[in-house]
Design a protein around this ligand. Structure first.
Ligand code: FAD
Length: 711
């Protein structure tokens, strides 16, 4: 109501302005005719005239009445150059700030909530560079003054910033117009003041700060190169360091486009994913899911089912799976694909040189794809107990009776569940107050319920203080929030508290390659480091540490490093799927409710519970849900979280839809085979549709059918 009253008041003011003919004064001829009267009045009442002029200028600008140019010319004509400039400069800034505040008060909330998904990127840009954008807009005089005030009011730019940037940005045009006003007789029309040449000069002045801001970065990059001797010719177009997912894909792409590429790997081809990550963990999950299914035999009408197994044999099967996949990532295969492979530890010795052992090779560009390793914190007593990480756990052949898992993220939860199913008593410790914190609370709650039901002991909100030996037993001492220490005995510990990028010992810091606060290599939107010839991708660069993202960013690194002189592609971070392979599985893409809230995006949530899906009932796996976030009233998919059986297999339909701009109406209009898990996507879209049914139209239809029945 207050906002409507304010708008009404403004409207009355504007109508009154025109109705009483005040607009006649905002005319060049009128100004010329009455100039001497104004000057006489000013000379008789200098402070009064200045104050009235100031107020009129502020009000007309605040309510966006066109005429600022005439008022500015009038300032020159009546007050002279310097007093005119001072008056106009402050009045225009105060007026612009009032218009900005009005727009913010009346329009910002509705506009931001209606278009929150589209405005998120603009808001982020304004928060980071708002002052530069505003300065540029102020100097590009073709942008109407009032429109800038209204639009900027919709953004998150601070009033203080808006005020001073406007004051500075409008200053050159103010001087130009006030000065022109001092020679009013020479002006035939307002457009005479601003010739095309002056307008272009202002625009150049406007973009200058943006260019100036970019220049030091460009200079710094090329200064790094000048410090080294550039080889006259190169052994390779590209040297890739690291033969994991990122390195394999980068080198394959380079070879596919006929570049001469060398891939250097110091340990095993295939990197973490094949040797210590995705492949072994998913192999172990397969065996342990089978065991878990047997315990649920009654659910399928089978009174009793049991299995005899040997832990060592299951771990041997894991090793055998790795062996079976190994040829896909082998030196032989990549050599056949046209990639030259070398075994050894690589070190970058100049922007174009890589040393491997006592050999130095030269390349036009280098890609760092050296991955990450498990983080091992320096906790008192750790070295004296039996501890494993995701790198070393695969060598276990004897099942630990009591396994402490430190870390409730994806790796800790996946492996913790596996070992619990194999018969270990698993105690999962995390300092957070819930598991898998990046996901929504309902997802982590459901996972926790399953883990607890299976016998995993979960201790949240606990910090690890130290490891000790007590009465011949290994113990972990943990601390709760209320500082009560607890000592938990165990046979082995698995540390799963995050992964640390492999950046040291490769000569990167010496060259000037910068790191992020997270310890990953800092790359720009083209996957390039501060050294223009060096790119990075995969776990070492982040921000996501998955095999599929390593491959995704590898494409940008390879293509930009080989063809960047001609065209560069900005890495696309928009639609990144992620899956946690616990039971229930948790698959997500885009925003969840937490991240949308953090980004200030207003969303609507549509939920479909899997207990309504025929296939889930048939399979006896009804626990779980699909949650889709859309902008209010629209079917555009902003994010999806699926918790339940086959979540990772259901997700790709949403990923495809998001990537290609398809909405829930498109999903609903697609035939899905019955009875499949994939049908769940269609039913989720159906829930959304039902929630948006045109109620008035349906009421009319109801009446129509009633009338027909009565005929
Ligand atoms: C237990 C676990 C389970 C996982 N499960 C999944 C999953 O299900 N799905 C998923 O998408 N992701 C999963 N991941 C993550 C996935 O494994 C990684 O994101 C992926 O392997 C990253 O690939 P990369 O090429 O960046 O690094 P890496 O695979 O680590 O490869 C880097 C390679 O560089 C080599 N190297 C390092 N320094 C040098 C040097 N100086 N000279 C020469 N060579 C060097 C290393 O030896 C290594 O082989 C899992 C990870 C773990 C630990």
């Amino acid at each position: 109501m207050k906002k409507f009253a304010l708008l009404g008041g403004l409207l009355v003011l504007v109508i009154g302005f025109y109705a009483f003919g005040f607009n006649d004064y905002l005319d060049l001829t009128a100004l010329k005719e009455q100039r001497s009267d104004f000057i006489n009045y000013y000379q008789a009442n200098p402070w009064q005239t200045s104050l009235w002029f100031f107020l009129i200028y502020v009000v007309s600008t605040a309510v966006s009445i066109p005429g600022a140019s005439i008022l500015t010319l009038a300032a020159g004509a009546v007050f002279g150059l310097w007093w005119g400039v001072i008056l106009v400069s402050f009045a225009s800034t105060v007026g612009a700030s009032c218009a900005f505040l009005l727009s913010r008060y009346v329009l910002r909330k509705p506009v931001q909530s209606k278009f929150s998904d589209k405005l998120a990127a603009i808001n982020a840009g304004i928060e980071k560079e708002g002052a530069f954008y505003l300065f540029t807009l102020r100097l590009i005089v073709v942008f109407p003054f009032w429109l800038i005030n209204l639009l900027m009011g919709l953004t998150p730019i601070k009033l203080r910033t808006y005020f001073w940037v406007s004051q500075v940005g409008m200053f050159p045009a103010t001087i130009l117009f006030v000065n022109a006003g001092t020679q009013l007789a020479k002006i035939e029309q307002v457009s005479d003041v601003l010739s095309p040449a002056i307008a272009v000069s202002f625009a150049l002045l406007g973009v200058f700060p943006l260019i100036a801001k970019a220049i030091p970065g460009i200079v710094r990059r090329y200064k790094v190169l000048n410090a080294y001797d550039k080889p006259d010719s190169f052994d390779y177009n590209l040297v890739v360091i690291g033969g994991g997912s990122a390195g394999l894909v980068s080198s394959y792409i380079a070879a596919a486009v006929k570049a001469k590429v060398l891939l250097v790997e110091k340990e095993k081809m295939g990197g973490d994913c094949l040797n210590t990550g995705c492949v072994p963990s998913k192999s172990l999950i397969k065996s342990t899911r089978f065991l878990a299914e047997l315990t649920r035999s009654e659910r399928y009408g089978i009174k009793q089912a049991s299995a005899q197994f040997d832990f060592a044999e299951i771990m041997e099967r894991v090793a055998a799976v790795i062996k079976q996949i190994e040829p896909h990532d082998s030196i032989e295969r990549y050599t056949d694909l046209g990639v030259e492979c070398m075994t050894g530890e690589a070190r970058v010795s100049s922007p174009w040189e890589v040393r491997v052992g006592d050999k130095t090779v030269t390349a036009q560009n280098i890609i760092i794809a050296s991955g990450a390793k498990p983080r091992v914190p320096s906790i008192e007593g750790l070295k004296s107990v039996t501890f494993y990480t995701s790198d070393t756990i695969w060598s276990l052949r004897e099942l630990p009776k009591r396994l402490v898992v430190v870390g409730g993220g994806p790796i800790g939860c996946e492996l913790g569940q596996c070992f619990s199913r194999l018969g270990s008593h698993v105690i999962l410790v995390d300092m957070a107050d819930r598991l898998i914190t990046p996901e929504d609370e309902d997802a982590s709650t459901l996972l926790m319920q399953h883990l607890v039901a299976e016998g995993v002991e979960i201790k949240l909100g606990r910090t690890v203080k130290r490891f000790v030996k007590k009465n011949g037993e290994q113990c972990i001492v943990i601390n709760s929030e209320d500082a009560v220490e607890e000592s938990v005995p165990f046979d082995a510990v698995l540390l799963a508290i995050g992964r640390q990028a492999n950046t040291s010992g490769m000569g990167l810091e010496e060259l000037g390659v910068q790191m992020t606060p997270a310890g990953t290599i800092n790359v720009d939107k083209y996957m390039r480091t501060q050294v223009p010839t060096i790119y990075a991708c995969g776990d070492v660069a982040g921000p996501y540490q998955f095999t599929h993202t390593a491959a995704h960013y590898a494409w940008y690194s390879a293509v930009n490093s080989l063809f960047g002189d001609v065209w560069r592609f900005k890495a696309d971070h928009r639609v990144i799927p992620r899956v946690i392979f616990t039971e229930p599985e948790i698959a997500s893409v885009g925003h969840n409710e937490n991240t949308a809230k953090e980004a200030g995006i207003v969303t609507e949530t549509t939920t479909f519970k899997l207990d309504e899906l025929d296939r889930a009932i048939v399979d006896g796996k009804t626990d779980g849900f699909i949650k889709v976030l859309t902008p209010a009233g629209k079917d555009k998919i902003l994010g999806v979280t699926i918790v339940g059986e086959h979540a990772g297999e259901i997700l790709p339909e949403f990923v495809l839809a998001m990537k290609h701009g398809l909405g829930l109406n498109n999903v609903l209009g697609t035939i899905h085979a019955y009875p499949t898990w994939a049908e769940a996507t269609k039913y989720t879209a159906g829930v959304w549709k039902k929630n948006h049914a045109p109620k008035k139209l349906l009421a009319l239809l109801e009446r129509y059918h009633l009338a027909k029945r009565k005929q």
